[in-house]
Design a protein around this ligand. Structure first.
Ligand SMILES: NC(=O)C1=CN([C@@H]2O[C@H](COP(=O)(O)OP(=O)(O)OC[C@H]3O[C@@H](n4cnc5c(N)ncnc54)[C@H](OP(=O)(O)O)[C@@H]3O)[C@@H](O)[C@H]2O)C=CC1
Ligand SMILES: Nc1nc2c(ncn2[C@@H]2O[C@H](COP(=O)(O)O)[C@@H](O)[C@H]2O)c(=O)[nH]1
Length: 482
């Protein structure tokens, strides 16, 4: 990346910068390869932040199917993480997981399960997982909620086998004016579901797979407690990436923890990248790499749930932090993840232009059907999920659950995050895949504007200018006249 003019003497964040188009030989946005350059090698450079209100098994499975990876938070017991890993690894890498119910399930219960997945259908199956019918909100209109699924379900179904081309499934669904195809084996046993959008996506994305062809998942380790033991247990449960994470990554306790985790990683039978953070300086990046990090997580204070900068005055505008740390990591043959502050697809593109190997997103993904929180509805009818920061009093209280009341209360005084926020679902884009579609469309397009066929070329060729607040505002679309 180079600056259009002399870079300013002060640090910059995403809103401060823009990219200038350059001559391009890349003829189609579909020709751009978005494989991450972080050495983890996911087909998509997107990571879901290790936040309790966001990253769980549904998020992990859905994002990995589209080529990214989710990090399960450090606050969950290893037995719970192991169960999540088992479920993600058992999920189909292409077909969406069905919400399935038994024929005698009540309509009310079935409806309560529908928001768990973006496809909006439940599949009614018998005791041997054979398909009997489907049920959506449309089928339930005006029906007694105590009715049983078998009496309400639709039986006019499109069933396809695993080897049916997605394009064919799309055409058949379109011809039948249906939204959902059921993928079954020769015994009519349910394997998964495919929506029309899912058919399109399966031709646009590749899943993030481990060497055994199963979906990938990462898990976080904090710096307190028996760090090595947690890392060992996480590896035993099958996680593919370990993330050592604390607010101030450039501290002695972090370096010791990282060395302990790296030692566990070195004993593993397979290659396990270790990610560590958070830092925002070249010095911090170097020390984490020296202590065993393959990838350094960059960002102090840009997160949407974060009060660190207001509480402490500490942090660094994220674009400059990413640029500086990425240069340092690259010189050492390593990479960084840009963590936090992403609110638009442009921010992902700018982080990648600044040299990030992948981009970590938290709060934006909180407002999706796949995040861990319960779906709620505001008095004005808008759907939302509750989110909170991992350094908020709420998170600290959960993390210190085994400590005495005095210690817990005292720890809660050191909060650096918001305990409650409402993340509204975009009615047009309620699922995390809908947001990924927008991000990927934006980033592919950014690459072609820069004449880049992949992310290495993008980080080399991008030309970045500095803009005023008016320059940023000029780029915002106007949905009504002024
Ligand atoms: N990216 C960011 O800007 C930030 C991210 N977070 C996220 O919140 C989560 C919780 O992190 P964390 O608060 O580190 O909790 P941890 O449970 O990981 O504990 C942090 C440990 O480091 C010590 N410590 C020393 N200095 C600091 C400091 N300035 N801030 C925090 N701890 C410090 C703490 O001791 P003692 O409590 O005795 O001081 C404690 O033992 C993580 O996921 C982290 O990424 C949190 C804040 C900022
Ligand atoms: N200072 C704090 N930072 C936090 C907290 N919880 C999470 N985080 C950081 O934010 C990113 C995600 O950023 P987002 O803008 O996408 O939401 C996450 O990965 C952490 O590094 C917190 O309580 N305080």
């Amino acid at each position: 990346m180079r600056f259009l003019k002399e870079p300013p003497a002060y640090d910059l964040t995403y809103n401060d910068v823009f990219m200038v188009p350059g001559r391009s030989e890349v003829t189609s946005r579909l020709g751009v390869d978005l494989t991450s350059t972080d050495g983890v090698g996911t087909p998509l450079p997107l990571v879901v932040a290790n936040m309790t209100a966001i990253s769980g098994r549904r998020m992990a499975e859905t994002v990995a199917r589209r080529g990214g990876i989710a990090v399960i938070p450090q606050d969950l017991p290893t037995a719970v993480v192991a169960e999540q890993v088992r479920k993600v690894k058992g999920s189909h890498p292409v077909f969406d997981t069905a919400v399935s119910v038994a024929p005698d399930t009540t309509l009310a219960e079935t409806l309560s399960l529908l928001p768990k997945r973006n496809h909006g259908h439940a599949v009614v199956i018998d005791a041997d997982s054979r398909v009997l019918g489907t049920l959506s909100e449309a089928d339930a209109s005006g029906v007694d909620p105590f009715s049983q699924a078998r009496d309400v379900m639709t039986t006019d179904l499109l069933t396809v086998t695993e080897d049916t081309e997605p394009e064919k499934v799309f055409e058949q669904l379109t011809a039948r004016h249906q939204e959902l195809a059921l993928v079954v084996d020769t015994e009519n046993v349910l394997q998964g579901v495919l929506t029309r959008k899912g058919c399109l996506r399966s031709t646009l994305y590749s899943p993030a797979l481990d060497p055994d062809g199963r979906l990938m998942i990462a898990a976080a380790v904090g710096i307190n407690g028996d760090v090595a033991q947690r890392a060992e247990r996480l590896l035993q449960s099958g996680v593919d990436v370990l993330v050592v994470d604390t607010a101030h990554g450039h501290q002695a306790k972090m370096l010791d923890s990282l060395k302990a985790v790296a030692a566990v990683r070195d004993q593993a039978q397979r290659r396990i990248p270790v990610v560590a953070g958070n830092v925002v300086s070249a010095g911090g990046t170097r020390e984490l790499i020296d202590a065993g990090a393959d990838v350094v997580k960059v960002g102090v204070g840009p997160g949407a749930m974060c009060t660190t900068r207001m509480m402490t005055g500490v942090g660094r505008p994220q674009f400059s932090a990413v640029l500086d740390c990425a240069e340092t990591a690259r010189a050492a043959g390593k990479a960084i993840w840009a963590d936090g502050g992403v609110r638009y697809p442009r921010d992902v593109a700018l982080a990648l232009a600044a040299g990030a190997g992948s981009v970590m997103i938290g709060s934006w993904f909180a407002g999706t059907l796949e995040s861990t929180g319960a779906l709620k509805v505001s008095p004005d009818g808008r759907r939302y999920k509750e989110s909170f920061g991992m350094a908020s009093a709420r998170a600290v209280k959960m993390r210190t659950a085994s400590a005495g009341e005095f210690e817990r209360a005292r720890a809660g005084l050191f909060e650096e995050g918001i305990s409650t926020s409402r993340m509204y679902l975009d009615p047009q884009r309620p699922g995390v895949e809908d947001l990924i579609d927008a991000i990927v469309a934006g980033v592919r397009s950014s690459c072609t504007y820069a004449g880049a066929g992949n992310l290495t070329e993008f980080a080399e060729r991008a030309v970045v200018g500095v803009q005023s607040a008016a320059g940023f505002a000029e780029g915002a679309p106007l949905h009504s006249s002024w």
